[in-house]
Design a protein around this ligand. Structure first.
Ligand code: SF4
Ligand code: SF4
Ligand code: SF4
Length: 287
């Protein structure tokens, strides 16, 4: 292999490993996202009915993912959620096609993106309210993630799911226009994660004093429009999808986790977190 190809391979290795981990979780645990969100819906339905909360399998999945996220940040979102991975792949295909056609779709302006960030909390409150009132079940055919779950389970009994199918199609279109469209603007489970108090251990920071003057490559690459804090600044963990794009793009290898010697996209560190998450889901949540 030529020196240039080897250098390119090493540079892209973290992206390949991330893709491999995403694919594994997509095939092995495609229902983790819907399982955890069913836990949220169950909790609000029980509160509305005034019944005692039980440790159902959905609640166990929810608790497992939340505890993992508090410790490791949103690694689940960046590497293991089937819906998040779908969004990454749809966006990547969209980018590839646009490059080939030499045509660019219009981007959603940053100001609008920042305003849309709040929509996911509205979606969460709406669904929680409907569950609390005991009427969410009447709208089951309108859930795009239920439709997605049926697809991943290779179940195509979609009678009564017309609204859910249309919403899923619209979400897929949004995924072409904006990276992490669903995660960032709509996902109620993402809203739950972003409300969790997370340990700053594995949040990302940059050593500003080493930055190239005028550079903002990490900020420009971030699908959440995050500006990485300097060392010791306020952590962005709850809003960060742990996609590792900022780490990969930095020409100075200047982005690192709260534990400075770990950059976040080392192959072994990705695998360690993937294995811990898989073990938690299999052993604790029985998935
Ligand atoms: S924000 Fe939602 S859809 Fe996106 S990766 Fe996280 S749980 Fe999955
Ligand atoms: S680019 Fe960096 S800061 Fe932005 S979401 Fe991805 S990992 Fe988080
Ligand atoms: S990409 Fe690297 S050098 Fe550029 S601003 Fe971000 S951390 Fe600094």
């Amino acid at each position: 292999m030529s020196k240039i190809n080897k250098k390119k391979l090493m540079k892209n290795l973290p992206s390949y490993i991330r893709f491999a981990i995403q694919l594994c979780f997509f095939l092995v645990l495609p229902s983790a996202f819907t399982g955890a969100f069913s836990g949220v819906k169950y909790i609000f339905t029980s509160l509305g009915e005034g019944t005692v909360l039980e440790a159902t399998s959905f609640v166990t999945v929810l608790i497992t993912l939340c505890v993992f996220t508090v410790v490791f940040g949103r690694f689940f979102c960046g590497f293991a959620c089937a819906f998040g991975s779908l969004g990454d792949w749809v966006y990547a295909i969209g980018q590839f096609v646009q490059k080939k056609l030499k045509k660019r779709l219009p981007a959603i302006p940053v100001r609008v993106r920042k305003a849309l960030d709040w929509v996911k909390y509205v979606v969460l409150v709406l669904i929680a309210g409907l569950c609390f009132l005991g009427v969410y079940g009447d709208l089951s055919g309108s859930s795009p993630w239920d439709v997605f779950s049926m697809f991943t389970a290779l179940s195509f009994h979609l009678d009564g799911y017309a609204v859910g199918i249309v919403l899923l199609a619209l979400i897929l279109v949004g995924m072409v226009f904006q990276e992490r469209f669903f995660c960032r603007f709509i996902c109620p489970m993402g809203a739950v994660f972003s409300l969790l108090p997370m340990l700053p251990l594995f949040s990302l920071f940059r050593s500003r004093e080493n930055c190239i003057r005028g550079c903002n490559a990490c900020g420009n690459k971030c699908p959440a429009d995050l500006s990485l804090p300097d060392d010791g600044g306020e952590a962005v963990a709850s809003r960060c999808f742990q996609c590792q794009k900022c780490t990969g793009i930095c020409p100075k290898s200047n982005v690192h986790t709260g534990i400075k010697i770990i950059r976040g996209n080392e192959w072994w560190w990705m695998l360690v977190r993937g294995v811990i998450l898989l073990a938690c889901c299999k052993l604790l949540a029985g998935m």
